[in-house]
Ligand binder design. Structure first.
Ligand SMILES: *Cc1c(COP(=O)(O)O)cnc(C)c1O
Length: 229
């Protein structure tokens, strides 16, 4: 479907009021759709699958900031390490070590977000509050082990529900964790990004303190789920 410029502008205006960044989630969508949004000025795009991301990256302008928002497998980090702008879904210290190793090969520092499990559904990835605390302790107690990554913030996905109070409570919980750990700061741990909110709940997320929303279907139209892994 054609990208709706009016819709894009409205979302951008709303985000401006909150000083929040828009990541346009282009997974399963063709190159032409990304080019259309790019022409309107959009530069931050999010993808969930490594192969799809590298295919698209190789065909599109170099000033696009690519966000990896899916579940990243350690053995695939090397394919995105040369160019990825921000990895949203880190939920494992070993994965952080691998990102660090691959980033070092390219003499880069790769920015990462820690994904926290805030929804009640069991299928979603992410750290429990306790696991979050442990991984942060590991990162800040030995910063020289991870010179090529920087933890820039937290990411979370709310339950898939029509209950706005529940969604709001889940986001508020994540914002509470964010505020708590934002008080800490080391060479590779400085929280400034709170990535929460998608097409169905981004307004609630903004109200609860999101600084970065990940919006797909509202911009690009519904996805064909038979193709989305
Ligand atoms: C697909 C996806 C989105 C975007 O979802 P929409 O409902 O289409 O806006 C946001 N975040 C993550 C992690 C996703 O996988």
């Amino acid at each position: 479907m054609a990208i709706n410029e009016q819709q894009y502008k409205e979302i951008k205006n709303k985000l401006n009021n909150y000083d929040a960044t828009l990541v346009a989630v282009s997974k399963t969508k063709p190159i032409e759709d990304i080019q259309a949004l790019y022409a309107f000025g959009q530069r931050d795009f999010g993808e969930n699958y490594v192969q799809e991301l590298t295919d698209k990256q190789s065909q599109l302008p170099n000033d696009i900031r690519w966000h990896f928002i899916g579940h990243l497998q350690s053995n695939k980090v090397k394919y995105i390490a040369p160019f990825v702008h921000l990895i949203h879904g880190v939920d494992d210290y070993k994965l952080l070590r691998e990102i660090n190793k691959q980033a070092a090969k390219h003499k880069r520092v790769i920015d990462c977000l820690l994904q926290v499990h805030i929804a009640q559904e069991e299928t979603k990835f992410g750290l429990s509050d306790e696991e979050l605390k442990q991984i942060i302790n590991e990162v800040i107690s030995n910063p020289s082990a991870l010179n090529n990554i920087c933890i820039k913030g937290l990411m979370g996905m709310a339950s898939n529900t029509d209950d706005e109070h529940k969604t709001g409570a889940e986001f508020r919980h994540l914002k509470g964790l964010f505020d708590k750990y934002a008080a800490l700061s080391t060479s590779n741990f400085r929280l400034s990004i709170l990535s929460m909110g998608m097409s169905s709940d981004y307004i609630i997320a903004l109200e609860e303190g999101s600084t970065m929303v990940r919006i797909g279907s509202l911009l690009f139209g519904a996805r064909d789920y038979s193709k989305a892994g």
